[in-house]
Design a protein around this ligand. Structure first.
Ligand SMILES: Nc1ncnc2c1ncn2[C@@H]1O[C@H](COP(=O)(O)OP(=O)(O)OP(=O)(O)O)[C@@H](O)[C@H]1O
Length: 276
């Protein structure tokens, strides 16, 4: 095709020319929303503590004076409201859906705040799930958030892709555990971030050790984690390690995650503050 006959419809064109535009899948935010930074929290697989890290980061930033919100994009396994002990359903007005707020002031939206019976499983196909995530951005009134954390479902499937294409994500934080094949996960995340043009802010290792209740010694249950080494290899900031802690588990179960205060995530909160 010559330059003169170009229709500028890059979506249907086979030509790989220099000026090819990437299709724009971005979704507009609710007109009443004002969100300064959108942070995606990702993991390679389920159960590594992604929702826990999302909750801890939002709580820590909220305590440091930033207004925070959490968009629970883990539609089939939503756990954010439970960790904060939020049970009241979200409401809506003619302008959109109003997020619920935790005791400490963290705003949140989740499928669990829209359905009466929390035990009802969400049995939807990928596109329907992705559609809900987009609505959590376009229909929810995030009236003011310094930081909106997006708790992603694990992996690189439909929903993470939808979030990266539809929301203006400013950076992602990777959560791993010491048992994982960290280097493979980091490499995948790096490639995805590059493809989507989104910076990786850093990596956090969860369940790194347990602390002996008698002598305080750190016991590395899963051996020496490779996370900090891998982070250094790929030039990514290692933002901290979180122990496997019965206290933390009990706070999650009781819906009191906000009352956890330990300096594990200081480096991560400093990194987030540097984005302002
Ligand atoms: N460091 C920790 N200490 C104690 N309990 C933990 C810790 N990390 C996670 N847990 C517990 O493990 C469970 C799974 O954590 P979480 O829901 O954060 O994982 P996830 O990666 O978001 O899982 P999924 O992706 O499957 O939703 C939670 O019940 C949480 O209380």
């Amino acid at each position: 095709m010559t330059q003169e006959s170009c229709s500028h419809d890059c979506g249907s064109c086979q030509q790989k020319c220099e000026e090819a535009k990437k299709p724009d899948f971005s979704v507009p935010a609710n007109p009443l929303s004002n969100v300064r930074k959108v942070i995606g929290i990702v993991s390679g697989k389920g159960g590594v503590g992604k929702s826990l890290v999302t909750s801890l980061l939002a709580s820590a930033m909220q305590k440091r004076g930033s207004q925070c919100g959490i968009l629970d994009a883990d539609i089939t396994g939503p756990s954010i409201p439970k960790m904060f002990g939020v049970e009241t359903l979200a409401t809506a007005n003619e302008s959109g859906i109003l997020p619920q707020q935790s005791k400490g002031g963290v705003d949140m939206i989740s499928v669990n705040l829209l359905v009466e019976d929390k035990a009802t499983p969400v049995i939807w196909r990928g596109p329907a799930i992705a559609g809900v995530v987009k609505q959590f951005w376009s229909d929810v009134i995030w009236s003011y958030e310094d930081y909106l954390f997006v708790d992603m479902p694990p992996g690189t499937g439909d929903v993470p892709l939808t979030v990266f294409q539809s929301l203006p994500v400013d950076g992602i934080i990777i959560v791993t555990s010491p048992q994982e094949l960290v280097s493979m996960i980091v490499e995948k995340a790096l490639r995805m971030a590059k493809e989507m043009d989104i910076p990786i802010l850093g990596i956090i290792e969860n369940m790194s050790y347990i602390k002996c209740p008698d002598c305080g010694k750190k016991i590395k249950l899963f051996g020496e984690g490779k996370t900090s080494e891998t982070a250094a290899k790929y030039g990514i900031d290692f933002l901290g390690e979180i122990p496997l802690s019965p206290e933390l588990a009990a706070l999650c179960d009781a819906g009191n995650i906000e009352y956890f205060s330990d300096p594990f995530l200081d480096r991560a909160t400093e990194r987030l503050e540097s984005l302002k």
